[in-house]
Design a protein around this ligand. Structure first.
Ligand code: HEM
Length: 454
C-alpha cells in the first residue's frame, strides 16, 4: 500500500488509498478474474450485499472500484466535473488493438473528434445506410427461412458481418470479405483475453496480426474514397467535416473505422440475438410486433426512413431485451483526480466502473426484473418517472453511444423483413444460459426454427 503524506495546517494527512474503500482482493494472483468472467452478476450481488454500493475488488491484475445505483451511473457517465478518463478506463482491454478509437479519447480532444464523426450519423448518411440494409436483407432472411432450424447467434453474426461489408465499407456484400471478417473477429476476441501480450499462438497475437491487416487494407483504400460521394460509413468518414471545416487525417480515419466496426458489430449481434430469444419465448409479443409491422403496409418489406419511428412496440421490445441483457455489461473509467462519492474518496488513478447488467436487474429499481415486459418503456409503464440513469445500455453523457440510432434502425429493418413471413420457434421447454463477459451471448448459440407463415 502506498502511503504518502502532504503537509496541511501543520498536520500530516495520509493520501487516500483504494484500500480505504470496503472490499476484498479474492484469490491469490487472479483475484476475482475467473468469477468476473463466469458470473459477474452473482459476484456483483454478493459484493454489494457485503460491502455496499461502492466496493473494491481485484480482477485482470488490477484493483478496481464498482459503483451501483442510478445516481452512481449518472455521476460517472455524465462526469460533470471531468473526473473520469474513458481512455484510461478502456485502455487495458482495448488500447492495444483499438487505440485512439472515439471511446479511447478524452475531454476536448474527444469532443472535437466526436463532432466530426457525428456528421456520418446525420439523416442524409443514415438514409443511405438504410437503403443498403433494405437491399440486402430479403435474400439473407430467405436463406434463413430455407434452412429452417439453425443456431441463431452464428447466423446473425454472419449477417452482421455481411452488412458491415456493404454499410461500413461500401463493398459488394457478396465479395469475399473472409480475411476482413477474420481480422475483425480476432481483434474482438483478443480484447478480452487474459494474456495481454502477443506471445506466439495466443489470441492476442492473432488480434495484433488482424489489426495489422486492417490498417494496411484501410490505408490503401483511403485515397480512393477522399472526395467521392458514397453512402457507406468509411467513405463518409473520409469526407467528414465539422462546421469549422475540421476533418480526419488518414491515421485517424483508420483508427476510428477499426473502433467503430468493433463497437457496432458484436453489440448489434448480441442485442438482436437476445431480442429473438425473448420473442421466441413470447409468441404474444411476436404477434404484436408483426401486427405493428404489417400495419405499415410496406412495399417488399422495405422500411422507409420516415416510418422507423412508427415501430413503437418494436422499439419497446428492443429496449426491454437491452434491459435484460445489455451487450456492454459494464463501463470502466479511471479517476484523473481524487474524487468524493457517497462518503468515499476514490483516489486519483483508480479504475472505477458502473454496471449496466447489475442496474438493469436491480429489484430495487425494476419490478419483477426477470420478466420480459416491453410496456415498461411506454409512458404509462414508468418510462417517464423512472430515474433516467436506471437504463444505460448505450451509456450516457459525452461518450454516449454514437451509433444508437443505427442500432435501432438495423434491428427494426431485420424485424420488418423477418416477422411478417416467419414464426420464431424455440425448442420445447427451452432454457438457455447467457455468457455475460465480455459481451452477452447465449452459450448454446440459440437454436431456433423459422416456420414459414401461410
Ligand atoms: C445495441 C447496440 C449497441 C450498444 C448496446 C452499444 C453500447 C455502447 C455503449 C455502452 C457505449 C459507451 C461506452 C462508454 O461510455 O464507455 C458506446 C459507445 C459507442 N458506440 Fe455503441 N453500442 C451499440 C451499437 C453501436 C453501433 C451500431 C455503432 C456504430 C455504427 C456504435 C458506435 C459507438 C461509438 C462510436 C461509441 C463511442 C462514443 C464516444 O466515445 O463518444 N455503437 N456504445
Amino acid at each position: 500500500m502506498s502511503v504518502s503524506t502532504v503537509t496541511k495546517d501543520k498536520k500530516s494527512v495520509r493520501a487516500p488509498s483504494v484500500f480505504d474503500i470496503p472490499g476484498e482482493t479474492g484469490m491469490p494472483l487472479f483475484g476475482h478474474t475467473f468469477k468476473m468472467l463466469k458470473d459477474p452478476v452473482s459476484l456483483g450481488a454478493y459484493m454489494r450485499r457485503k460491502y455496499g454500493d461502492v466496493y473494491r475488488s481485484y480482477s485482470f491484475f488490477r484493483h478496481s472500484v464498482s459503483m451501483h445505483g442510478p445516481e452512481a451511473n449518472e455521476f460517472l457517465l455524465m462526469d460533470r466535473e471531468k473526473n473520469f478518463s474513458s481512455e484510461m478506463g478502456w485502455n487495458p482491454y482495448l488500447g492495444r488493438l483499438f487505440p485512439r478509437g472515439l471511446m479511447l479519447l478524452d475531454f476536448n480532444e474527444h469532443k472535437g473528434h466526436r463532432h466530426i464523426m457525428a456528421t456520418a450519423f446525420k439523416t442524409g448518411p443514415m438514409k443511405g445506410y438504410l437503403e443498403r440494409l433494405n437491399a440486402e436483407m430479403p435474400k439473407r432472411i430467405a436463406e434463413w427461412g430455407k434452412t429452417g432450424s439453425f443456431q441463431f447467434y452464428a447466423a446473425i453474426k454472419k449477417l452482421s458481418l455481411d452488412m458491415a461489408t456493404t454499410v461500413f465499407l461500401g463493398l459488394d456484400p457478396d465479395t469475399d470479405s473472409s480475411k476482413i471478417n477474420k481480422a475483425l473477429t480476432d481483434m474482438v476476441s483478443a480484447s478480452m483475453g487474459i494474456v495481454r501480450v502477443p506471445l506466439p499462438g495466443t489470441i492476442m497475437a492473432r488480434g495484433v496480426k488482424g489489426r495489422k491487416f486492417m490498417v494496411n487494407f484501410l490505408m490503401q483504400e483511403i485515397p480512393k474514397r477522399r472526395g467521392i460521394e458514397q453512402s457507406d460509413i468509411f467513405s463518409q468518414l473520409c469526407n467528414a467535416e465539422d462546421d469549422d471545416g475540421n476533418s480526419f487525417s488518414d491515421q485517424e480515419i483508420v483508427d476510428h473505422m477499426i473502433f467503430l466496426w468493433m463497437a457496432a458489430h458484436d453489440t448489434v449481434t448480441s442485442s438482436v440475438t437476445t431480442l429473438v430469444y425473448e420473442l421466441g419465448k413470447s409468441p404474444e409479443w411476436q404477434e404484436k410486433l408483426r401486427g405493428e409491422i404489417k400495419a405499415l403496409g410496406l412495399n417488399s418489406d422495405s422500411l422507409p426512413y420516415e416510418k422507423i419511428n412508427d415501430l413503437v412496440l418494436t422499439e419497446y421490445a428492443f429496449k426491454e431485451s437491452l434491459r435484460k441483457n445489455p451487450p456492454v455489461p459494464a463501463t470502466p473509467r479511471m479517476t484523473v483526480r481524487d474524487v468524493e462519492f457517497m462518503g468515499h474518496t476514490l483516489p486519483k488513478g483508480t479504475i472505477v466502473g458502473v454496471s449496466a447488467v447489475a442496474s438493469h436487474r436491480d429489484p430495487d429499481v425494476w419490478d419483477d426484473p426477470d420478466k420480459f415486459d416491453p410496456m415498461r418503456f411506454s409512458p404509462e409503464g414508468g418510462a417517464k418517472t423512472r430515474h433516467r440513469f436506471a437504463w444505460i445500455p448505450f451509456g450516457g453523457g459525452a461518450h454516449m453511444c454514437l451509433g444508437l440510432h443505427f442500432a435501432y434502425m438495423q434491428t427494426k429493418v431485420i424485424m420488418a423483413h423477418l416477422l411478417p413471413h416467419y414464426d420464431i420457434e424455440l425448442p420445447k421447454n427451452y432454457q438457455t444460459e447467457f455468457q455475460i463477459m465480455p459481451i452477452i451471448k447465449p452459450v448454446d448459440g440459440l437454436p431456433i426454427t423459422l416456420k414459414a407463415r401461410a
